[in-house]
Design a protein around this ligand. Structure first.
Ligand SMILES: Nc1ncnc2c1ncn2[C@@H]1O[C@H](COP(=O)(O)OP(=O)(O)OP(=O)(O)O)[C@@H](O)[C@H]1O
Ligand SMILES: [Mg+2]
Length: 208
C-alpha cells in the first residue's frame, strides 16, 4: 500500500499484518509516516495503490458506520468538545451505563481525576479541552476508546503525556484486554513498546 499527500509520497509499499488479538508495535522517527498509517486505517483518506483490509473486508467496501464500529483511534492530540466530560466520552458508545463509563475511566486511569472535580462527570470541558492538562486529555481519549469496545484499537502515542504511574495503569489495562482486541500501538517510549508482541520500524515511509 502506498500513499501521498498532494503528490508528496509518504508511505511506500507498506505491507503490514495485524494478527487478531495481538499487540503490534510501530516505531520510527518523527515524520516517518506512523500517524499517516493510523489515519489510513481509519479511512481518513484512501491509499493511492493497494488496499487495507479489516477482518478480511476491504475498508473502502464498508460503510462508515460499520468501519467506526470496528475501529477506535486514539490520536496524538485528543479532541474534546465544549460539553460535559460524560458527553465527551459517550460519543464512543451513547448507550453506555454509568458503570461502564466509570470502568473505562478506571482502565484509563482518569476516574479519580474526574471524581475529584466538583461536578464530577458533569464537569464542562472548555473549548478544545484547554482547561485540562495534556495528560488528562490523553487519558480521557483513552477512556473514550476503551468505552468504544471496538475489536481494533489504534493507539498513536497513547502515553506520550503521561507520567510513569499513569502509564503503568494504562499498560496493565491493555494487557488485561490482550487477546480480546487487536491493538496497533505507535510509541517512542520503550516502556510502552514492551507491551507489543511484535514490532515494526518505519523509516521514511517504509516498514521493516
Ligand atoms: N495532512 C497532511 N498534509 C500534508 N503532509 C502531511 C500531512 N500530515 C502529515 N504530513 C507529512 O507526512 C509525513 C509523515 O507524517 P506523520 O504524521 O505520519 O509522521 P509520524 O511518523 O507520525 O511523526 P511523529 O513521530 O512526529 O508523530 C511528514 O513529512 C509530514 O510532514
Ligand atoms: Mg505521529
Amino acid at each position: 500500500m502506498s500513499f501521498s499527500y498532494e503528490g508528496e509520497r509518504v508511505l511506500s509499499d507498506v505491507s503490514l499484518e495485524l494478527p487478531r488479538g495481538s499487540v503490534v508495535g510501530v516505531v520510527g522517527k518523527s515524520g516517518s509516516g506512523k500517524s499517516t498509517l493510523c489515519r489510513l486505517l481509519m479511512r481518513f483518506w484512501d491509499p493511492d495503490r493497494g488496499s487495507i483490509l479489516v477482518s478480511g473486508e476491504r475498508i473502502d467496501s464498508l460503510d462508515t458506520g460499520c468501519l467506526r464500529s470496528l475501529e477506535a483511534l486514539v490520536e496524538q492530540d485528543t479532541q474534546l468538545f465544549h460539553d460535559s466530560i460524560r458527553d465527551n466520552l459517550l460519543i464512543a458508545r451513547p448507550d453506555a451505563t454509568q458503570e461502564e463509563l466509570e470502568e473505562a475511566c478506571r482502565a484509563a486511569s482518569v476516574h479519580d481525576f474526574v471524581t475529584s472535580l466538583p461536578q464530577g462527570y458533569d464537569s464542562m470541558v472548555g473549548e478544545l479541552g484547554d482547561t485540562l492538562s495534556g495528560g488528562e486529555r490523553q487519558r480521557l481519549g483513552l477512556a473514550r476508546a476503551f468505552l468504544h469496545d471496538a475489536p481494533l484499537l489504534i493507539l498513536d502515542e497513547p502515553t506520550s503525556n503521561l507520567d510513569s504511574l499513569n502509564e503503568g495503569t494504562i499498560l496493565r489495562s491493555l494487557d488485561r484486554q490482550r487477546g480480546k482486541r487487536t491493538v496497533l500501538l505507535v510509541s517512542h517510549r520503550a516502556s510502552t513498546m514492551s507491551l507489543a508482541d511484535a514490532s515494526f520500524s518505519m523509516d521514511d515511509g517504509r516498514v521493516s
